[in-house]
Design a protein around this ligand. Structure first.
Ligand code: NAP
Length: 447
């Protein structure tokens, strides 16, 4: 892969890149099927990604007609890599085995190792015979919706297709590697004003937040809506706050430290709750009953900040917060949820839902069009990357550990082929126009 790196850095043409042989193996971050029971009996918090994530050479698979090989310059940690590396709630080898039974090409994925990672920025090295819109040398980012077009539902909304998967989580050959295999319909143009690592950190969380708040498939936020955002300086929340501000809404962000409160204020979110300082205790000590008084206290705090109840609640912590989320949503409001970090068996008081005509809207990643629109907003400098820290690929376990332990803000980037930070910026004039301060806000806070 070093030959590719030198070619990319020296500005080689697409033809030159296409002439360099694809290596038989490449460096990737992976978990092992043989180790999928290694954390049996431990609490989630004690399962350590640094023990399960390995970085080593893996064999390069054959390329299918609708796919591309890309040189991954940088990638990012997503929570799904934490789930894979602690083998929760399921070992991802089950996903690979199911994909392996689907087709001749699917069979490549059912391996004893799973190369993880669901974000990437890099350069197209080769395209399969059916690929029309991309060619070697193209600088790209990758979204993680891994789907083909043979299911009728995919032509309405590809997230509804029965074989829809998340690349690098439910498929192999993910982005935390020097080389990756992606479907051509995962590719999008790299925002030219961003470095490799700034470009690589967005697609998964940015597209998810776009669908949850902006797309007709989500909560369809309108001007003036109060949007209550859990984890507002985290991977999803850092983009959600920006969408609410861009769309003329009123964000109310929840975070867990004074430093994160400052970060949100700088991002333009005036109404912020420090949940740790407030000390909400929605669940009793036995973990079986919830305290409505605490839900009311949160509702009162929100009203104290913005004078009304939230039209939209942006949910992902799950079990710990869902009861409160349903309670604090305004009459007729929407709780939009895409996850359950703290537990997926959810309890809420249904009386508050039906009597006040609230809805719960589910959301999961984004279709190609939604991911494309979300990337377009990054390219136009209207949504900023929320990169806060950068690790080399060799430290991928440490990076995943930080996310697992909630030690981070925004997104953690990972340098794959890129030898250092700050490379790959093709339009410095536009970068100046957008503003270095805005682009690097989270990086400065994370430093
Ligand atoms: P993240 O970067 O870790 O941010 C989540 C934030 O939520 C944390 O920083 C934390 O912020 C807050 N949080 C965590 N536990 C909480 C709790 N018990 N109560 C209240 N707040 C809590 O993760 P992310 O990338 O935003 O992802 C969040 C979840 O969504 C993960 O489970 C992930 O797997 C899932 N996800 C799903 C999709 C999808 O397509 N369905 C896409 C992306 C992510 P504070 O400590 O500052 O409050």
């Amino acid at each position: 892969m070093q030959v590719f790196l030198e070619a990319i850095q020296s500005g080689a043409s697409g033809e030159d890149i296409a002439a360099i042989p694809i290596p038989e193996s490449y460096r990737g971050a992976f978990v092992l099927r043989d180790e999928q029971n290694m954390f049996e009996g431990l609490e989630s918090a004690d399962k350590d990604p640094r023990k399960s994530l390995h970085v080593d050479e893996v064999a390069t698979p054959e390329l299918a007609p609708d796919e591309a090989f890309i040189a991954v310059m940088a990638s990012a940690i997503n929570f799904n890599t934490v789930w894979t590396s602690i083998f929760e709630p399921l070992s991802t080898f089950g996903f690979l085995e199911r994909l392996g039974k689907e087709s001749q090409w699917g069979a490549r994925h059912a391996l004893p190792h799973h190369v993880v990672g669901s974000d990437a920025a890099g350069v197209v090295l080769r395209v399969g015979s059916a690929v029309r819109n991309w060619k070697p040398g193209d600088r790209v980012v990758v979204h993680c919706n891994y789907v083909d077009d043979q299911d009728p539902s995919a032509h309405d909304d590809s997230m509804l297709a029965s074989n829809q998967r998340i690349w690098g989580f439910e498929s192999n050959f993910g982005g935390l590697a020097d080389l990756s295999v992606v479907k051509a319909n995962q590719l999008m143009p790299k925002p030219e004003h961003l470095s490799w690592e700034e470009a690589a950190c967005n697609a998964l969380c940015n597209s998810t937040s776009y669908r949850m708040l902006v797309s007709p498939n989500g909560a369809v936020m309108k001007q003036g809506d109060v949007v209550f955002i859990w984890g507002a300086s985290g991977g999803l929340g850092g983009y959600a706050v920006q969408y609410v501000l861009n769309g003329g809404g009123i964000p109310v962000g929840v975070v867990s430290s004074p430093e994160k409160v400052d970060l949100l204020h700088e991002l333009g979110c005036e109404a912020v709750i420090d949940r740790r300082a407030a000390g909400y205790k929605f669940w009793g000590d036995d973990g079986t009953t919830q305290d409505e008084k605490e839900w009311r206290r949160l509702g009162k705090d929100i009203r104290g900040l913005v004078g009304e109840d939230p039209h939209i609640v942006f949910e992902h912590p799950g079990r710990q917060t869902m009861g409160a989320s349903v309670f604090v949503a305004a009459r007729g409001g929407t709780v939009v949820t895409c996850a359950a970090t703290s537990g997926y068996m959810i309890e809420y008081d249904n009386r508050h839902l039906w009597m006040k005509l609230k809805s719960i809207r589910s959301s999961h990643f984004a279709n190609y069009k939604e991911a494309w629109e979300a990337n377009r907003l990054i390219s136009k400098g209207m949504i900023q990357p929320i990169l806060s820290a950068v690790h080399p690929l060799t430290d991928v376990g440490e990076a995943a550990f930080s996310v697992h332990k909630n030690l981070h803000e925004g997104k953690i980037g990972v340098l794959c082929l890129a030898p250092g930070e700050g490379q790959g910026i093709d339009d410095p004039a536009f970068r100046d126009k957008v503003g270095e301060d805005k682009i690097t806000l989270f990086r400065r806070h994370g430093a």
